[in-house]
Structure formats: C-alpha cells, structure tokens
Design a protein around this ligand. Structure first.
Ligand SMILES: [Fe+2]
Length: 191
C-alpha cells in the first residue's frame, strides 16, 4: 500500500444527477450574488445598481465531499443564471490555479461558454450539453451563460490546484462576452 503524508479519503460512490444538478452525498455549497462580483463587469455603474438593488444570485456551486486537498480529485456542479449586466453576460468570477494544473468541465444543461486566458492568448469554447471543455495547466478560466436558461456544468479538478481569484482582477481574462442577436459577441477586455 502506498504511503501518503496526508492519507486520502476512503473510496466512495457519489450519486450524480445531471437533471436535478445534484451530487450526493453533498459537500460544501456556495452562492455568488451580484455583490460578490465586484470589479469584474466592465460597466461598474450597472454592477453597483444591481448589487444595491435586488442583488440577484448569479451562480451557485454544489460539491461532493471529496476535499480540496493535494492528490484528491474533487467534483462540483456550477449553475449560472441567465442574464447580463450592462450587456455583459453573467459569468463566474474566473480564477487561475496557483499550482498550475489542468481541469475538465462537462456541460450538463443550457448554453454556455468557457473563456480561457493564459496572460497572452485567449480561447473561447462553446459549451453545449455533452461537451467536455479541457482547461490546460496555466490557463485562467471563466464560465459564461450565453443562453436564456440556467447553464450548468460539472467540474472535475485536482484538489491541490487552488483558486486564485485575484489573478483575474490583476490580469483580466483577455475578452469579455456580451449578449448578441445570435450567440455571443466577444470583445477585447478593456478596463
Ligand atoms: Fe479551476
């Protein structure tokens, strides 16, 4: 039997419901409201107005109990509500893994996009149910709801990867995604 500094958790079955968007047993859950997304939308005035008003839920994250610890492989389901702020589509905060490691997203419901930025290059993947988006090590990543229904995806990621949200505030994401008559309008990040 291999030896570990921190013993991994025991093998376990996790019930995954792609329709109800649940993982069972359930681990930590997270709710991000508009006020949690400070400094991320280009239209700061529209953001402030929405935050001070209804302060809507922009996205939620439910996780399995697999811990965010080195060598473990946690999973989570993120659901982004449809909407835009100053025309910019609702999205996750976006983050970089400080300990550069890859990750996969599997689209479950709705229509979305996976925006990635390595500090120089920008990539956009259309995400429809069944699409696996691969995030290579070193690429910051943000998910965007491009449709009129909630957009949900399953993430599977190295537990030791970490989440650096400040990286996006400092470096941006290369592009911003705006609502367009057909699909999405990607514009330069511009601050
Ligand atoms: Fe990640």
């Amino acid at each position: 039997m291999p030896e570990f500094h921190t013993p991994p958790i025991s093998p376990m079955a996790i019930a995954f419901d792609a329709e109800k968007l649940t993982l069972s047993p359930e681990g930590p859950t997270l709710t991000r409201r508009m006020s949690d997304l400070e400094g991320l939308f280009l239209d700061a005035e529209a953001w402030a107005e929405a935050s001070a008003g209804e302060n809507p839920v922009v996205y939620t994250v439910v996780s399995s109990p697999v811990p965010e610890a080195d060598r473990e492989l946690p999973q989570s389901i993120t659901t982004i509500m449809p909407g835009d702020t100053g025309g910019e589509l609702w999205m996750t905060k976006g983050h970089q893994h400080p300990n550069h490691q890859g990750e996969i997203y599997l689209a479950l419901q709705g229509r979305g996009g996976l925006l990635m930025f390595d500090g120089e290059r920008t990539e956009w993947l259309d995400m429809l149910p069944g699409t696996i988006g691969y995030i290579p090590p070193g690429w910051a990543h943000r998910s965007v709801n491009t449709g009129d229904e909630p957009y949900a995806f399953l993430a599977v990621y190295p537990g030791g990867a970490g989440h650096d949200y400040g990286w996006v505030l400092e470096h941006g994401m290369g592009s911003r995604a705006y609502r367009a008559a057909s699909g999405v309008d990607l514009r330069p990040y511009a601050e």
